[in-house]
Design a protein around this ligand. Structure first.
Ligand SMILES: Cc1cc2nc3c(=O)[nH]c(=O)nc-3n(C[C@H](O)[C@H](O)[C@H](O)COP(=O)(O)O)c2cc1C
Length: 326
């Protein structure tokens, strides 16, 4: 059953039946969640991040529950771009919802290679760049330094002449002297020459945010609980952090540039998603919540629909950025 009409929205020119999507890496490589969730009833799905080479990922334990959410150090385990091209891409047209690709890499060339493969998939209207990956050249994450981010986006943009580009920012911006606004500007104004008439020089939209760097220790064995020692925190703990990042990006950069934001982090209930909308997000993604209950996206949509109605709005887009300050 399609989502209620009041939730229909438009994300960077892409019509979505609902603003509720499944987050990268938390819902299989493509449509595996379709076994337990009617994909035609939600707004869309994001693929697992695909890299140039296939990856086994980190040793286990690489995913675990903690008091305030989940810790993971999956290490970008994925099938690699060649398998994506031959086995995954041909299945995209049959998926009954909007599919957004996710790209990861350890060098700019890696990202460009995967971007070109995804651009060739006509049924995939958009991709996300996962920039929380260390750059082999210097070891810093692409998303942790605005200059490096700008360089990456400028190189990838021309490889996507027919595909919208979303840049998924890292929440490390919260503790960075640059702040989220500098990262947002770097992503959307990367300086590459637009290839198509409706294209921006950089990103068409931003996804905010990825997991927060974190660690857990087993005090009995005195060993880190993740085999990789550290990992990324997701779930309820990151939610208020992500709401502030969305709020800051919207009011400092995105409102004026008309850049849509996808809010991500710790959505378990409809009101978590509504907070993102009020802070300035046009759409949201759910990740960790799916591990607790794969039907959370439908419950969130039902709650959002009632909320939009109770706010006297005809459509959810009327509430984007409408938090009342002061
Ligand atoms: C197990 C797991 C795997 C993930 N894999 C990816 C990934 O491949 N690419 C990516 O951009 N984000 C990945 N993420 C981050 C999520 O997409 C999301 O940004 C983050 O978990 C915050 O949202 P949440 O609190 O709703 O999970 C992963 C998260 C988890 C928990």
């Amino acid at each position: 059953m399609p989502p209620p009409a009041r939730l229909a929205t438009n994300l960077a020119g892409m019509p979505l039946a609902s603003p509720v999507l499944l987050a990268a890496g938390t819902a299989g490589t493509l449509d595996e969640m379709g076994d337990v969730l009617d994909l035609s009833a939600i707004g869309g799905i994001v693929t697992k991040s695909i890299t140039a080479q296939p990856r086994e990922g980190n040793a286990t334990w690489r995913i675990l529950e903690c008091k305030v959410g989940m810790l993971n150090a999956i290490g970008l385990a994925n099938v690699g771009v060649e398998h994506f091209e031959t086995h995954i891409a041909p299945r995209v047209p049959g998926v009954p919802t909007t599919v957004i690709g996710s790209i990861a890499g350890f060098s700019i060339d890696d990202y460009v290679r995967v971007a070109a493969a995804m651009d060739a998939v006509e049924a995939m209207p958009a991709v996300e760049l996962n920039v929380s990956c260390p750059n082999v050249r210097g070891g810093t994450e692409f998303g942790s330094e605005p200059g490096l981010l700008r360089e990456l986006v400028a190189a990838v943009r021309p490889a996507l002449p027919g595909t919208r580009l979303f840049v998924k920012l890292s929440p490390v911006a919260v503790a960075s002297p640059h702040g989220i606004a500098d990262f947002a500007r770097a992503a959307i104004d990367a300086g590459a020459r637009p290839e198509g008439p409706n294209q921006r020089p950089g990103a068409d939209g931003l996804c905010i945010a990825n997991t927060l760097p974190a660690m857990a220790i087993d005090v009995r064995t005195r060993r880190p609980r993740l085999a990789n020692t550290t990992g990324g925190l997701s779930g309820p703990a990151v939610h208020p952090v992500a709401v502030k990042l969305v709020y800051d990006a919207y009011r400092h950069v995105c409102r004026d540039t008309g850049t849509p934001i996808v809010g991500i982090g710790g959505i378990l209930r409809w009101d978590d998603a509504a907070e993102f909308i009020l802070a300035g997000a046009t759409a949201v993604q759910i990740g960790t919540g799916l591990f607790a209950d794969p039907h959370i996206p439908l419950k969130v949509q039902r709650g959002l629909e009632r909320w939009v109605r109770s706010q006297g709005a005809a459509n959810i887009s009327e509430l984007v950025g409408m938090v009342q300050i002061g």
